[in-house]
Design a protein around this ligand. Structure first.
Ligand code: UFG
Length: 327
């Protein structure tokens, strides 16, 4: 049985990734400092190590038992915050990753699956965005992800450490079987904010701009279900094992959904009002981001199964409807 270390495996995406490896029969160990990850997301059939990527000694001890591969999802990810607190992002994302890679090399781990982001591309020069698109991040968060991808290229050449850099577009949704128990803490993304409003946790939703050059004036994004993302991590790891070659891939549904479309559909599917007000544009929002994920489809045989708007909304609503606040 192959052994996988999932660093950041108690978080929103990480818990789905841990579940996907467990479902495929892997022996999974989650390593997490529980800063944004939560205990509820730990599975009985996985081991857990409470540790921090800023502590090389803790990583060394964790990796000593021997792993076939490691998935690295432990990072700070609020793009806006990264522009205000770049020091924290540099430490957690860049220094933390260097600790992981150095300990992985020392422990003889030969494959790393790295959570990267569409943020490495910056504003689109053309659509859909493929992997050859220029990489010009417009926020420090995206810069940290790109920097790590570059370090990975060097470790591949110099140390033979094989990697898959997986560039997520807009991750959304929850496990359709309801096996993920923890809600993401302090969500900053559209769909959880829509759901918090539907549940009455927030009184209203702000829609950031209706004057973009798009079909309805609101921004268009490529939402991809987190279970589809998770499945791609397993496929990426298996691809490295079979081919001993590193690669980078986009993961998106290749379908653009506008903010208005998402909110309107959420009203229908939840049966809730979801009060919304139009506010001005949010700084740094490109009008439209849509992935080409042809490479993931061809290279990995990956096919999104849950990334349609209705499944994204209903699987998320199942998590939030339990928390409806009566005013
Ligand atoms: N939006 C609102 N109101 C809100 C929140 C968001 O109108 O309260 C809008 C945004 O303006 C944007 C869209 O909803 O047009 C999606 O916004 P998110 O904040 O959910 O996501 P982003 O597209 O800004 O960024 C996300 C991740 C990034 C990643 C990017 C890749 O947070 O890390 O997707 O596509 F790089």
């Amino acid at each position: 049985m192959k052994r996988i270390l999932v660093i950041g495996g108690a978080g929103y995406i990480g818990s789905h990734v841990a579940r996907a490896f467990l479902d495929r029969g892997y022996d999974v160990t989650v390593f997490d400092n529980l800063q944004s990850g939560v205990r509820e997301n730990l599975f009985e059939d996985a081991r857990f190590i409470h540790g921090d990527i800023m502590r090389s000694d803790q990583l060394r001890t964790a990796m000593a038992s021997g792993f076939d591969g490691c998935v690295h999802l432990a990072a700070l990810k609020a793009a806006g915050q990264s522009m205000v607190k770049p020091e924290e992002y540099a430490e957690a994302n860049i220094t933390g990753t260097i600790h992981i890679l150095n300990q992985a090399v020392a422990a003889g781990i030969s494959a790393v699956i790295f959570s990267s982001s569409a943020a490495v591309y910056g504003s689109p020069r053309y659509l859909p965005i493929d992997e050859k698109h220029p990489k010009e991040p417009e926020n420090f968060y995206g810069f940290t992800k790109l920097e790590i991808e570059r370090i990975l290229e060097w470790y591949d050449k110099l140390k033979g450490l094989r990697y898959a850099a997986i560039r997520y577009f807009n991750a959304a949704g929850y496990d359709v079987k309801g096996r993920i128990k923890g809600l993401e803490l302090n969500p900053e993304n559209l769909l959880p904010i829509v759901m918090e409003t539907a549940a009455g946790i927030r009184t209203k939703l702000s829609i950031f701009g209706n004057d973009y050059p798009t079909r309805d004036g609101s921004c268009i994004r490529d939402y991809v279900h987190v279970s589809d993302l998770a499945e791609a991590h397993v496929k990426a790891f298996e691809h490295i094992l079979e081919n001993n070659r590193s690669f980078s891939v986009n993961l998106g549904s290749q379908t653009g959904v506008s903010v208005f479309e998402m909110v309107d559909r959420a009203r229908v599917l939840t049966g809730r009002t979801i009060p919304a007000e139009l506010t001005g544009r949010r700084a740094g929002d490109p009008a439209e981001l849509v992935a080409s994920s042809e490479k993931a489809r061809e290279l990995l045989g990956w096919e999104p199964k849950y990334s349609d708007v209705d499944t994204l909304i209903t699987s998320t609503w199942k998590m939030y409807e339990k928390r409806i606040v009566i005013h």
